[in-house]
Design a binder for this molecule. Structure first.
Ligand SMILES: Nc1ncnc2c1ncn2[C@@H]1O[C@H](COP(=O)(O)OP(=O)(O)OP(=O)(O)O)[C@@H](O)[C@H]1O
Length: 487
């Protein structure tokens, strides 16, 4: 597969530019290797680090009230960075538009080192930090209204993604963002969707960045070696996140087995089985078809699970609708697991307190509002990610400044899904869109065998999917048929 650098990708036409150092905004202005596209931003500093790169906070110069999170994807160690295929996928992601999905506002490619930069709308909070704040700082459960509103919006965004054939595959608390002060305060935004495929298979996390990899939200079918991601894997992760919102503790905290590719994660399964009991062929008929079930059936079955009981772990009565919904998300058989659309219809969302748009501020007067901390910004790391140019200085954007940052969580994705025909069609569509967006220069459609008619048909189907605005398909909106709704 050819690399991104095989051609001019247009969106990243900016070559190293010696007078663009002034565009870094504050104290990071010392570097002279600034790509041209960066001039539109004032770079504030680093806000996080994930498996595949760094995340920076920036302001748009023409509209300084607008904050942007720029995610930089590094080259992998083997140099097999971002392919034309990946760029086409990313161009498709630009079409995604839903209130509960973070907006990809720009795609930049630095022609000098072939690094990729994605600019997203900035969100001040995420569920990892919100949960941590309640657990470690205020030592208090998250109120029911907030839990329900966060979950409702997460499902709403996920239903939209699933309706558009996008499986997230890496849902975890740090990927669920929540907007800070402003018109969208308390609105949930799903981040990092669809990005799992931008690196070549098998995915290679950049281990040298020291990011802790977590498998805690991984569905049992993936742990048992399933090769295909379905939307059910996201619903398992939502179940784990729901339980964590209720208890402030990760539900299944397994120890990850290191090694490649895709080692058997017995400890993670063990943690799951201890709470949910052993899966049986009766409950999950296709279990026997999973590779690790066969290979490790003796090891798995040697483990004894006496004290299974999800309700006792999450401190809910089995009769509680919250428990009913949670247990349906944590159904072993992915085919029986509740879908996002079904979950949105669940009784839990129709009883008081009703979910609302501002998840952080309960609508009843007098209810306690928690002030969540803003993201710390590390101004000592420059845009190249590693060079410390100047000591940290306070920034004027109202953000806390910190010296060191570390991405709290990152999942080592299990397996790369073999590209189905629909996926190939989707990429051709993205290729067309990339052309329209002026990014086609270096993307050789000949590198992907494709029948034009098929691609056009796929394009039309895709456009229809994207334009779908059926409220039942998870667009913005709150539970139907309710007397009093909170917005
Ligand atoms: N649009 C955004 N606005 C604000 N913060 C963001 C945004 N996108 C990501 N972040 C934050 O940046 C940090 C790193 O994000 P990133 O997605 O790179 O890593 P991760 O989710 O921790 O791991 P991985 O990339 O492996 O999935 C996280 O704390 C995340 O909440």
């Amino acid at each position: 597969m050819s690399k991104m650098g095989d051609g001019n990708t247009g969106g990243g036409r900016g070559h190293a530019n010696s007078n663009s150092s002034s565009n870094t905004g504050n104290n990071n202005s010392g570097s002279s290797n600034r790509p041209e596209w960066l001039q539109q931003y004032d770079l504030i500093g680093k806000i996080g680090e994930g498996t595949y790169g760094l995340v920076f906070l920036a302001k748009i110069k023409s509209n300084r009230s607008k904050s942007i999170a720029i995610k930089k994807f590094k080259q992998s160690k083997d140099g097999d960075g971002v392919s034309p295929t990946a760029i086409r996928e990313i161009m498709l992601l630009r079409e995604i538009n839903h209130e509960n999905v973070v907006k990809l506002v720009n795609v930049h490619i630095n022609h000098v080192d072939m690094s990729l930069y994605l600019a997203f709308d900035y969100a001040e909070h995420d569920l990892y930090e919100i949960i941590r704040h309640h657990r470690d700082k205020v030592n208090q459960a998250i109120n029911q209204y907030t839990v329900k509103s966060l979950l409702w919006q997460l499902l709403n965004g996920l239903n939209y993604l699933h309706s558009n054939w996008i499986v997230h595959r890496d849902l975890k608390p740090s990927n669920i963002l929540v907007m800070g002060d402003g018109e969208e305060q308390g609105v949930v935004k799903i981040a990092d969707f669809g990005l799992a495929r931008i690196y070549q298979a098998p995915l290679k996390p950049l281990s040298e960045n020291g990011v802790v990899v977590t498998i805690w939200y991984r569905a049992p079918e993936l742990l048992l070696g399933a090769k295909h991601y379905t939307s059910a894997v996201d619903m398992w992760a939502v179940g784990c996140i729901f339980a964590e919102l209720l208890t402030l503790k990760p539900l299944f905290q397994g120890q990850e087995v290191k090694g490649t590719p895709n080692p058997f994660q017995l400890d993670q399964l063990d943690k799951i089985f201890k709470v949910l009991g052993h899966p049986t062929q009766e409950k999950w008929p296709t279990l026997v078809n999973l590779p690790h079930w066969h290979a490790d059936v003796q090891r798995i079955q040697a483990l004894k699970y006496d004290n299974a009981g999800l309700y006792s772990v999450v401190h809910l009565s089995p009769k509680n609708p919250a428990y009913d919904l949670l247990s349906k998300m944590l159904e072993y058989d992915p085919r029986k697991r509740i879908t996002a659309a079904q979950a949105l219809e669940h009784e839990y969302f129709r009883m008081e307190p009703l979910p609302g748009r501002n998840a952080l501020v309960p609508p009843q007067p007098g209810e306690k509002v928690v002030n969540y901390p803003i993201r710390p910004v590390d101004t000592s790391t420059d845009f190249e990610g590693t060079i410390s140019l100047q000591p940290s200085q306070p920034v004027s954007s109202g953000h806390a400044v910190s010296g060191g940052m570390g991405g709290p969580h990152a999942i080592a994705r299990a397996v790369q899904r073999p590209m189905p025909m629909a996926g190939i069609q989707r990429m051709q569509v993205a290729y067309n869109m990339a052309h329209q967006a002026g990014m086609g220069g270096g993307m050789n459609p000949g590198s992907m065998p494709m029948q034009r008619g098929v691609a056009n048909q796929a394009h039309q189907q895709q456009q229809q999917q994207m334009r779908r605005r059926d409220p039942g398909m998870g667009m913005t909106g709150y539970p139907p048929q309710q007397k009093s709704r909170r917005f």
